[in-house]
Design a protein around this ligand. Structure first.
Ligand code: SAH
Length: 353
């Protein structure tokens, strides 16, 4: 292994941060032996904070309608071929009840930005879930809203909010999104969410079109500054009916390397190994946990809508019952020495040592 890379990894572990130039050098030095060392250190850190526990969240994809037109996303509004659906409160509660019986203690409501669900409707759904399952956490992932809306969901009982910033480089942001969307607005949403009191998750796609190592450095610096409770990172995967259909998927190696870096930057962070990672490699999620990940988010959406929430091509697990998914993941985690637990899986605050 390159001596400098090892020093950078050691420094990242002890300080929880590097300079821009050092991050660039670390990213440029991503070779198998360097990556193995990074993952070893990331595992040691996650072991210290979370032991061998892997948290689960039941993902409920409750609407495939979206008013936005992000170039990478399969449910963008311009995709006329996308099949659209909405789940009502009763269906969402059924998903939660089934999930609860399977051992889920966090439910994630994710969807396109769908104005059909007014703030009152969302707050009502959140209240109903918390009433039925007071021992569970509710995570929302509904995109950009104004501060008052976020406050209303929080008052209704929502605990966490996932909003990937997508890229912290202004120019890159403009290549992934139409003009009416802005990085500044998205980042402001994250600051608002944090200020309100949510456990907050940002994140981005590894290997998205036009992403450079400089963009990744901007992402790492922003993540350190925001100091979020969760970071969602998965590979970009092209969707055939989007402007990025012909772009290559992000690589397993890059995604894993970034997971390892983020674990060292934020020792207590909740770091999901994503479905997208399991889609680009059959053992992607196992490798993700071995690189520092500690959360899995299997799908609890009803089977008849699963194939309609296609953000990218070839998404896995769209035909499996929630119970099968949970058992399958439990086995996968055990195969690499970790175990799924029945737990809300809250953030544990720790300082970098
Ligand atoms: N509307 C919500 C949820 C978006 S979907 C929001 O704005 O936050 C959740 C995440 O899926 C996105 O943030 C994006 O990073 C990811 N995603 C979308 N298209 C993708 C693709 N083609 N490949 C991989 N990930 C994708």
């Amino acid at each position: 292994m390159n001596h400098d890379s090892k020093l950078l990894i050691d420094k990242l572990e002890s300080d929880g941060a590097l300079s821009s130039g050092e991050y660039l050098a670390l990213l440029a030095g991503n070779r198998p032996e360097t990556a193995q060392y990074l993952f070893e250190r990331a595992r040691a850190v996650r072991q210290r904070v979370y032991g061998d526990e892997v948290y689960t969240r039941g993902l409920i994809e409750f609407t495939s309608y979206c008013k936005n037109d992000c170039y990478y996303c399969g449910i963008r509004k311009s995709n006329q071929a996308a099949e659209r659906y909405r789940l009502d409160k009763g269906q969402i509660l059924e998903c939660c009840a089934a999930g609860y019986d399977l051992g889920f203690r966090t439910f994630v409501l994710q969807g396109g930005e769908d104005p059909f669900y007014s703030d009152e409707k969302i707050a009502d759904i959140v209240r109903a879930i918390k009433k039925a399952h007071p021992d569970c956490a509710v995570t929302l992932s509904l995109g950009e809203k104004n501060r008052e809306s976020y406050e209303a969901y929080y008052a209704a009982g929502a605990d966490r909010y996932l909003l990937r910033h997508e890229t912290a480089d202004e120019n890159h942001y403009g290549k992934l999104h139409p003009q009416e969307m802005s990085l500044q607005r998205r980042q402001q949403c994250l600051w608002d969410l944090k200020d309100i009191g949510y456990q907050v998750g940002c994140g981005f796609m590894a290997g998205s079109p036009y992403q450079t190592n400089e963009c990744l450095v901007a992402d790492l610096l922003f993540i350190k500054e925001l100091d979020p409770h969760m970071v969602g990172i998965g590979p970009f995967i092209p969707h055939n009916a989007t402007p990025f259909a012909a772009h290559p998927a992000g690589s397993l190696e890059l995604t894993l390397f970034l997971l390892g870096i983020i674990r060292l930057m934020l020792p207590g962070v909740l770091l999901p190994v994503t479905t997208a990672l399991g889609t680009i490699h059959p053992a992607g999620r196992e490798k993700g946990v071995l690189a520092g990940g500690n959360v899995v988010m299997p799908n609890l959406s009803p089977l008849n809508v699963r194939k309609k929430y296609m953000l990218y091509d070839n998404k896995i697990c769209t035909g499996d019952e929630a119970a099968e998914c949970r058992n399958c993941l439990a086995g996968r985690m055990e195969s690499v020495g970790y175990r799924l637990v029945v737990d809300r899986g809250d953030y544990k605050a720790v300082k970098a040592i």
